[in-house]
Design a protein around this ligand. Structure first.
Ligand SMILES: [Zn+2]
Length: 304
């Protein structure tokens, strides 16, 4: 039987993650806290437990400066937010930008335990949306690839923004070998409540499925989201999520499967201490399993 494997995956976006939905002062404060404190503390935890994680970084974060317009890109005009770069303030990062943070990406890339830089597109566009034309999809990936290469890494993994896939041939052309999607949890009372029950009872999370697609790339689907957002979910103590993640890790070891835990660094901001403590507990458990030969801990690219 194959050895069980564990993957930690962060979507690192700063304001790009939700600017087309919300951009309140509270949220921006959390985003700033993310670049100043949370990412460095996550790296400290990953170093302590010698865990190589995958960071799906929005490419724009890796810029040194920009004009805030990006006229060189094919337009992307989804009906809910037709002027995609209208909130991008442009200029140079003064250390508190919510649109760029090359210094933070540098810290990730130079962590003493090698971390994978993966594509999360250039500007967090939805690859399943009809407004995303093929040319713009290609530009999003080429920019991500070129920016990642500036940190000495080859882009092998693409994390679809919002988990929604599309333009697979473009991914293939850009050199992607493995991509991650997730099943949309659905909307409305029933599914939100179902998710609440699953998490409150700390039911064992499903292992990921990894299937080779018709283009030869690996489609990694599923995983456990580690955060506290949501109408009902925010009431569940973080400790339940630790129990659930540990069940997932143990299931991977037992069944020779792959368990993937994913989150956004900004999701740690509202309850920083408890979330970081919980994350450290999960890492410590995984490290013990690895050190006793029962588990491998790998970045996403090693699945390809
Ligand atoms: Zn810009």
């Amino acid at each position: 039987m194959a050895q069980g494997r564990f993957i930690i995956c962060f979507d690192f976006e700063l304001a790009w993650g939700r600017f087309d939905k919300i951009l309140s002062e509270d949220y921006l404060a959390q985003v700033r806290l993310t670049r100043k404190e949370i990412v460095p503390l996550l790296l400290t935890a990953l170093e302590r437990h010698r865990i190589p994680a995958t960071w799906g970084v929005v490419g724009h974060l890796m810029l040194r400066e920009c004009d805030g317009i990006h006229a060189e890109l094919e337009p992307y005009r989804p009906e809910h937010f037709p002027n995609w770069f209208s909130r991008d303030t442009g200029g140079k990062d003064d250390g508190s930008s919510v649109w760029m943070c090359r210094d933070v990406v540098e810290r990730i890339a130079t962590c003493s335990v090698p971390q994978e830089l993966a594509s999360h597109s250039f500007s967090h566009v939805d690859f399943s949306h009809p407004a995303l034309l093929r040319k713009r999809a290609a530009q999003e990936l080429e920019l991500a690839r070129d920016l990642i290469s500036e940190f000495g890494q080859e882009m092998k993994t693409h994390i679809f923004p919002r988990g929604r896939s599309g333009h697979l041939d473009v991914l293939k052309d850009a050199g992607v070998r493995v991509y991650r999607t997730f099943r949309a949890p659905g909307t409305g009372f029933k599914s939100a409540f179902g998710q609440f029950v699953t998490e409150a009872l700390a039911r064992t999370p499903p292992l990921v499925t990894a299937a080779r697609d018709e283009l030869g790339m690996l489609n990694v689907e599923g995983g456990m989201l580690f955060n506290r957002r949501g109408r009902y979910r925010s009431a569940i103590p973080v400790s339940r999520r630790v129990v659930r993640a540990i069940k997932g890790i143990n299931a991977a070891a037992r069944e020779g499967g792959v368990f993937l835990l994913w989150s956004h660094p900004v999701d740690f901001a509202a309850d920083q201490k408890a979330m970081l403590r919980a994350f450290d507990e999960i890492c410590a458990h995984a490290a013990r399993m690895r050190d006793t030969g029962r588990l491998e801990i790998i970045p996403v690219r090693e699945l390809a």
